[in-house]
Design a protein around this ligand. Structure first.
Ligand code: ZN
Length: 326
């Protein structure tokens, strides 16, 4: 019995020792395993916390870090001006629009003009010149502006005014009278000289003329003889109190002055044209102005060949006005 007890004691001790060794080995194995699984970059302190954290929490941390990173990354895009971010976002839309414009471009297609020419004809209409000027303008498909004088109801001249309107030109008002000694005696007389003809044109044609030109231009000094400072008053009046817009000119054909040939009229106009502006050309269609009529076609050809666009003056046309001298 004693021998048996000793044997069993030895066996128990052995079992305990083996169990302890097994437990030790198991612990060692676990620790080795953990250290292999732990990313080498993590610091020693996270060795203990890392296994304790569930995988989901770690994901949340990384996700939130990514979220922060992505927010940081997208923040500059948000704070960027719309002009900068816009093209990036709308790139495909822009391309679509470009394609659409490309389709419609051939229909709208216009040359790139270097400037505009506003041909203006004063002191008409006249039965000798005006209809031929209108023929040339029609043939060249050019619109112009006529600053007309008084005419009789039912006359051939009235028919020419109607033709000017019907063919798309602007009928402007020069006045009932061109006589400086009558129109420049007072502001009241000057205003009436425009409004009376405006009423007549309206009765005659139904057309409401609002573009005006002072006889002699706003820079005329001859008016001083009849009423000092009348042009200063007139410019202030017509600039502020009415729907009239007055236009002078910045290209003078001099057909009412020294020009004594077709070539001179042509040279005077073509050498004074400038790009990047509205060139308001002073010419006349009164009965004696044959040089203007003779030069007109060549002037239009010159303008077209050199990239100018021809237009009639409208209330939206940038005003061309002289420096007032009285
Ligand atoms: Zn005139």
């Amino acid at each position: 019995m004693g021998k048996m007890r000793r044997m069993s004691n030895t066996t128990i001790t052995l079992i305990i020792i083996l169990t302890l060794i097994f437990i030790l080995l198991a612990i060692l194995g676990y620790v080795i395993n953990e250290s292999e699984n732990t990313p080498p970059n993590l610091s020693g302190t996270t060795d203990f916390t890392a296994p304790e954290l569930p995988a989901t929490e770690q994901e949340e941390i990384t996700t939130s870090t990514e979220a922060i990173n992505s927010t940081e990354a997208s923040e500059p895009e948000i704070t960027l001006p719309p002009e900068t971010t816009g093209p990036v976002v709308t790139e495909p839309i822009v391309t679509d629009k470009v394609e659409e414009t490309e389709i419609s471009t051939p229909i709208v297609e216009e040359p790139n003009y270097i400037g505009t020419i506003y041909l203006t004809f004063d002191d008409g209409p006249s039965s000798e010149i005006t209809s031929q000027i209108l023929d040339i303008l029609k043939q060249k498909n050019v619109k112009a502006t006529f600053f007309i004088l008084d005419y009789e109801f039912g006359s051939e001249i009235e028919a020419l005014v109607c033709r000017e309107i019907n063919e798309g030109h602007t009928v402007g008002i020069h006045g009932i009278s061109h006589d400086y000694s009558k129109i420049y005696t007072s502001l009241e007389n000057l205003v009436k000289n425009f409004t009376n003809l405006q009423e007549k044109i309206y009765k005659s044609t139904g057309y409401r003329a609002t573009i005006i030109r002072f006889p002699g231009g706003s820079s005329n000094t001859v008016s001083e003889k009849y009423c000092p400072k009348i042009m200063t008053q007139a410019v202030e009046y017509f600039s502020n109190n009415t729907d009239f817009v007055y236009f002078d000119w910045n290209v003078d054909s001099d057909d009412a002055g020294k020009a004594k040939s077709i070539d001179t009229v042509y040279e005077n106009v073509t050498t004074a044209l400038r790009p990047n502006r509205g060139n308001v050309v002073l010419m006349h269609d009164s009965s004696s102005k044959k040089f203007t009529l003779g030069a007109l076609e060549a002037i239009i050809d010159y303008g077209m060949e050199h990239g100018y666009e021809f237009k009639a003056i409208t209330p939206d046309t940038p005003q061309v006005a002289h420096r007032v001298s009285n």
